[in-house]
Design a protein around this ligand. Sequence first.
Ligand code: NAP
Length: 302
Amino acid sequence: MSNVKKVLMATQGPEFSQLVQGYWRLGAWEMSPQQRLTFLKQHVELGISTVDNAAIYGNSEQLFGEALALDPSMRDQIQIVSKFGINGIAAEIGEKRVSHYDSSKSLILSSTENSLKRLGVEQLDALLVHRPDFLMDVDVVAETFAELKASGKVKHFGVSNFSASQFELLQSRLDEPLMTNQIELNPINFGVLEDGTTDQLQRLKVRPMAWSCLAGGDIFSAETDQARRLRGTLLELQTELSANSIEQVIFAWVLKHPSNPVALIGSGKIERVKEAMGALDLKMNTEQWYRIWTASKGHGVA
Ligand SMILES: NC(=O)c1ccc[n+]([C@@H]2O[C@H](COP(=O)([O-])OP(=O)(O)OC[C@H]3O[C@@H](n4cnc5c(N)ncnc54)[C@H](OP(=O)(O)O)[C@@H]3O)[C@@H](O)[C@H]2O)c1
């Protein structure tokens, strides 16, 4: 019996697994199509049924799609998230001189179409705006979302890396609630707890999706004073909480936040996926949460 629950992301859905498998690094995992399918089946079997991808993640949608094609029955057992808007399609439509964001109607439609083709599916469970585009015309985005919904190509819409005011602005043009703001949240980078981003999500009862919970691995390897302080405190808490690893302590720290994030896992190693699951059973108290905060900041609360 899995300890990973299905949770409602926003008032009108969707339901995602409390832990989400991130596929950004899939290209680096060097797996055969069959190994990719086995990994997918393993984490779905463990209760981690939601998968995160993006148009800009190199060939990761393509690699995922190849694995899914080996057993199409897996499609109905998973929820697929993808994202659009970072530069990626520019190369396909002509010359580009600098990286840029793009949230024009033609970009959103072609990016979604290409994601569906690469993944080999008819519908995305959720499509997110990857990063806030300074030139985003929210009326155009809202109109395009309505078209994608009507055509059945996308079920739900959300954003990523948006400030509270950017979220509010786009939401003001939409009939349905944005289903998430996918944000960076880990003991090294937690500005979203301080700038109103998570306050807004709590008010709206929209769950964030927390990305890079392990700071992309930096917590284990960075030779900064902050990372060293954190590692010391995390090791102490590992012992106190009888956790298996400091990963578990970190995931427990992220999951304790009252905005009720779902946490993205970045590893392609099933043993590390299982480690993350252990975090769901840890009971971290308030003082322990603030010990990690204090270790990160290098000072206590006022
Ligand atoms: N919306 C956005 O802008 C955005 C940005 C970044 C990421 N994301 C999403 O979030 C997902 C997770 O991000 P992430 O990959 O950065 O997650 P992460 O969990 O912070 O980092 C994963 C990295 O940490 C390494 N790692 C894990 N446990 C370790 C350990 N015990 N010791 C040393 N290294 C360890 C992994 O290596 P191994 O592979 O060897 O285990 C992997 O390279 C992505 O796949 C993507 O879906 C979204």
